[in-house]
Design a protein around this ligand. Structure first.
Ligand code: PEP
Ligand code: MN
Length: 444
């Protein structure tokens, strides 16, 4: 199958097919970025999410950029994830599976293939994997060499992720060190400091008792991205002789986006052939029959952890639309993970033209998601968020007013939570686990 020239499926219109084919040939023999056994381990963890015994924290940029691959920026994102994970682990008293939208999240689906400004129309920016964000004909021309750069930048990022996770950066004794800079002075940073002190005391107590668990010094951080560019994904897909299965080696978990989840589409067909854990985004138009269709196509062996649904209905609709989907899976006896993406259904354009989201609406969707699961007796299995470790002003709330968006609006695509906003979200989810938020709101 070659979906290169089917724009309706969000594939770029590469004109330079000679270069495209030569890059794809190189990628098809390139070293895998991730390995089958790692993907299987993540599938196992996500199986625990599906069974109600673990919580998924998935987060990172909407669109990674090549220029954003710096040690500082990646470390800040990882520290944000670890701070959130600490808050969630403590509150939920269950393992938190940490997955970055990272090391491969370079391609974006677009609602329009073109963008017009002041009477000039050019191809839309489709992510650094495809073209440049600058509004010039040269920048916007799809360049297949970018696929090679995507692979290289993913490798560099993954190297930092592995070093950080396993080389001491994620040691629980570093919990205070993750809380440096602007976040430390924010209300959620203060709250976090109190928690980190409690954890310090617990660690000292364990020391005295002679407990030194390996898990305290390192962690596992997996990578994920939208499996959008089929040529790139196919070139990095490899058989795994010991298991006889085929794996996408571009990232541990791939997800199917809202715009490319057609049941008869080429993306679903590709996803059905790989053994990685996979996720499907579900927007407001998703039907119970579609949900069953995804399970049949992607999880015919009914392996818990293979299939996760990432729900992005919008705060005003999640309470109405989600129950029918979850009920259908219950009726069919499916064990799938349910995760809340409270970002993509809540985007709007501020008066000064910035695409943004308010923290209140993001929180409301998470609350609605928990309420639905609580009422059905099912497990609210995780959150999927767009975030950065930097002090950006892209979403409104927690110290960022709508007229401050201009101050530090840096995203290449959708607005991200900054670190203190991300931490506030983690505390909200922690409260949902303890039941206190819905109690305050009169119960649900
Ligand atoms: C995204 O995750 O950045 C995205 C485009 O989401 P969705 O497919 O849910 O719109
Ligand atoms: Mn996005």
């Amino acid at each position: 199958m070659n979906a290169t020239n089917t724009p309706s499926h969000q594939q770029p219109e590469w004109r330079d097919t000679v270069t495209l084919n030569s890059v794809l040939k190189d990628l098809s023999v390139a070293t895998p970025l991730v390995f089958a056994a790692e993907c299987d381990r993540l599938r196992g963890h996500l199986g625990e999410v599906a069974r109600g015994n673990a919580f998924l924290l998935q987060g990172g940029d909407c669109a990674e950029t090549f220029a954003g691959v710096t040690a500082d920026s990646i470390r800040a994102k990882l520290e944000t994830l670890l701070q959130m994970a600490l808050v969630l682990t403590y509150a939920a008293a269950m393992p938190v599976v940490k997955v970055g939208r990272m090391a491969g999240q370079y391609a974006k689906p677009r609602s329009s293939p073109v963008e017009s400004r002041d009477g000039v129309t050019l191809p839309a920016y489709r992510g650094d994997a495809v073209n440049g964000a600058g509004f010039t004909a040269a920048a916007r021309t799809p360049d297949p060499e970018r696929l090679r750069t995507m692979y290289e930048k993913s490798a560099v990022t993954l190297n930092l992720v592995r070093a950080f996770a396993e080389g001491g950066g994620a040691d629980l004794r570093q919990a205070h060190a993750w809380n440096q800079g602007f976040v430390r002075m924010s209300p959620s940073g203060f709250r976090y400091e109190v928690l980190a002190r409690e954890i310090d005391r617990a660690l000292s107590f364990m020391d005295v008792c002679g407990v030194d668990a390996r898990e305290m010094h390192r962690t596992e951080i997996f990578t994920s991205h939208e499996g959008l560019l089929l040529d790139y994904e196919a070139a990095l897909t490899r058989p795994d002789p010991p298991t006889g299965r085929t794996y996408a080696t571009s990232g541990h978990l791939l997800w199917l986006g809202e715009r490319t989840r057609q049941l008869d589409g080429p993306h679903l067909e590709f996803f059905s052939r790989i053994a990685n854990p996979v996720a499907v985004k579900l927007g407001p138009s998703a039907t119970p029959d579609e949900v069953i269709g995804y399970a049949e196509a992607l999880d015919p062996d009914r392996e818990p952890g293979r299939l996760t649904f990432v729900v992005r209905m919008g705060a005003s609709r999640v309470r109405d639309l989600l129950p029918a989907l979850v009920e259908k899976t219950l009726a069919e006896g499916l064990e799938v993970g349910w995760v809340c993406d409270p970002m993509h259904g809540n985007t709007f354009t501020a008066p000064d033209g910035y695409k943004t989201r308010t923290l209140d609406t993001v929180f409301d969707e998470v609350c609605g998601f928990f309420e639905v699961h609580r009422s059905l007796g099912t497990h609210p299995g995780g959150i999927h968020v767009e975030l950065t470790g930097d002090d950006v002003t892209e979403c409104v709330g927690a110290d960022v007013a709508v007229d401050q968006l201009v101050e530090r609006y840096e995203t290449a695509c959708d607005p991200r939570l900054n670190r203190s906003q991300s931490l506030s979200l983690a505390f909200l989810v922690a409260e949902m686990f303890r039941g206190s938020v819905s109690d305050q709101r009169g119960g649900a």
